[in-house]
Design a protein. Sequence first.
Length: 116
Amino acid sequence: MNFLWNKLIQWFDRISSFFMGRIWARVIWVFGGVSVYDTFSLDASLARWLLPRLKLFRKVKMLHPGEMTEEQWDEVLKKIELSMCSIINEVKYGIKPYADKEGCELLGKHLRSLWW
């Protein structure tokens, strides 16, 4: 009898912790604005947030950094955009990234130049 009671307690503990974790994640999302699930793969979460903004930035860009021509700056933005797409595809579809290293390095190098 004691064995069954222990199994029942273990089962209830697993179920309750599962639901409490989901409830807690939802509370954080509602009041904090960020879901706990976004921190699982932060690079993909940032890439999903950044990609549409990069696409729009390429369309409306008015200036480019002084040390580059407009064509060079557009090429840098394309590589960064391709990198963000490959990170998203890796997480979504399991496709290995093919250009994310160079694009991520360019994003880090030119982060302060992403304005107009």
